[in-house]
Design a binder for this molecule. Structure first.
Ligand code: AMP
Length: 486
């Protein structure tokens, strides 16, 4: 099937061609023909399947009649609701790209940025508004928006919107739109709450399901590694050293943890950036842009902040913790293997997180193999400070009194293992004995304990310290890793 078989308008077809979309993805093949007839749709599709274009293309086709260079006020014809700012931006980007040869007006409205500037923008009139529910309601309360001429409403990632407590906001917004509108709802999961919502806001919707919705994308290979909580930071560094990675997202359950992981990586000379909801919108945008442009190859993110991140070529997702909700796991690993690319998802499993793995197993209906990372063995540090350093939970006052970020991890403090000692202990204490391969990606010198980083754009190479004390970051290690059993 090709895009030309949908009978789309010329300017839109030019936009699709210029975006380099040649073949519609599965969700696009199912959704586009239905959506252009005005039918309400429930789309069960994971992120990375091309679902954004699946609803944006029919909207643009429908709005072609307003595709004129007319200067006056234009009422909102299409509204797309998104749970997060990042996703809203992403949708806006996709819409602008596809509509680049059309003269439609559009904008994204979300919190964390100046409201007056948005009000000014809205005064000119917008054909398409992409918005997060909270900020949109603020504008509606100020009467800077009117949806009386609205034709299409989209709820993207509706399950997340409900999880984030937006249900009342969503209902209020929907209540101010014309009942004869077309409503498309996309969700990775179909909970009873989502079913109830669809009954309330849609009319005889068609359900489109892409793949088995409980299953992670097939082009993502999954690995589960057992590691004590206190050994996770060491394992992360070990993995970054061993694997060949284009760009990596490390997921942390908490904001505190995300900051901590990022600063630990920086201290080891690995350039990274953390995004979470405590960061201002500007900081988040800058971080994401830096990651997209390759200034940072490692992004540390919380679940909420990572919503809507659409970056090509994410080779690895690393779950620093095992998410307690199986849905979050599916979403996290969906950040890699997007469109037709392949990706690896590595999940660190502490003993008390094994129950979460069982939950994921039940959710996707497959047995998962939790194994040790080859060549990694965690040696419990002698001092409590070293142990604390590896924790990503916010420290309690008493236990962590006097703890400073500057403390080093265990393995740099311990005495070298006796020569001939087996296992990883030896490797970790005697890095200098390993020669760095010429194609090393993450290679870094022992002197990189300092914050200084010589990382260039998309360049994970670091020069060896004088005397050839460079650390090995072999790209061949990956081959030796055994795959999860499913
Ligand atoms: P989404 O699921 O909407 O987040 O899209 C995931 C990725 O797939 C994005 O980078 C899109 O640009 C890309 N994509 C969407 N549709 C197509 C297509 N028909 N051909 C190639 N790539 C696509």
């Amino acid at each position: 099937m090709t895009f030309s078989s949908f009978g789309l308008t010329d300017r839109l077809m030019q936009g699709i061609a210029a975006t380099n979309y040649t073949t519609p993805t599965q969700i696009q093949q199912s959704a586009i023909p239905l959506a252009i007839t005005g039918t309400d749709i429930i789309g069960c599709a994971q992120t990375g399947t091309g679902k954004t274009a699946a609803f944006v293309i029919p909207i643009l086709h429908r709005l072609a009649e307003y595709d004129v260079a007319q200067g006056g006020f234009r009422p909102v014809r299409a509204l797309i609701l998104s749970p997060t700012r990042e996703l809203a931006q992403q949708i806006e980007d996709t819409t602008r790209t596809l509509a680049r040869f059309m003269r439609l007006r559009m904008c994204a409205i979300y919190g964390g940025v100046n409201m007056d500037a948005q009000t000014k923008q809205l005064k000119h009139g917008m054909d398409i508004v992409i918005a997060t529910p909270g900020r949109l309601l603020d504008h509606m309360n100020r009467r800077s928006l009117d949806f009386s001429k609205l034709e299409v409403l989209v709820l993207d990632e509706a399950d997340r919107m409900l999880d984030m407590g937006f249900i009342h906001d969503v209902k209020k917004i929907v209540g101010q739109t014309p009942p004869q509108r077309q409503t498309m709802l996309f969700s990775a999961t179909m909970s009873p709450e989502i079913r109830t919502l669809t009954k309330q806001i849609q009319r005889t919707p068609e359900i489109i399901e892409v793949g088995e919705r409980r299953k992670p994308a097939e082009n993502v290979t999954q690995y589960f590694y057992s590691v004590p909580q206190a050994g996770k930071m060491d394992l992360l560094l070990h993995v970054l050293e061993k694997e060949t990675m284009e760009s990596v997202i490390v997921f942390s359950r908490t904001k505190y943890g995300a900051d901590k992981i990022s600063s630990r990586l920086e201290r080891k000379g690995l350039k990274s950036v953390a995004i979470h909801s405590n960061r201002s919108q500007n900081q988040r945008q800058r971080a994401l842009a830096g990651f997209k442009q390759g200034h940072f190859n490692i992004l540390v993110a919380t679940d909420v902040a990572a919503r809507g991140i659409d970056v090509d070529n994410i080779s690895h997702v690393i779950n620093f913790d095992t998410p307690p909700a199986a849905e979050d796991y599916i979403h996290r690993i969906g950040r890699t293997g997007r469109a037709d690319a392949t990706g690896d998802a590595l999940t660190f499993v502490a003993r008390d997180e094994e129950q979460h793995v069982r939950k994921i197993e039940r959710h996707i209906g497959k047995r998962l193999n939790v194994q040790r990372y080859p060549g990694f063995e965690f040696v419990k540090p002698e001092t409590s400070e070293a142990y604390d350093d590896a924790s990503t939970e916010r420290p309690s006052q008493s236990r962590f009194r006097g703890h400073r970020e500057g403390h080093q991890t265990s393995y740099h403090r311990q005495a070298p293992a006796p020569s001939g000692a087996s296992g990883d202990g030896e490797k970790r204490f005697d890095r200098s004995s390993r020669s760095a391969p010429s194609n090393s990606r993450y290679g870094k010198s022992e002197s990189s304990e300092s914050r200084e980083s010589s990382y260039g754009k998309r360049d994970f190479k670091r020069s060896s310290a004088p005397g050839g004390e460079g650390k090995n970051y072999s790209r061949f290690a990956k081959k030796s890793r055994s795959q999860s059993s499913w």
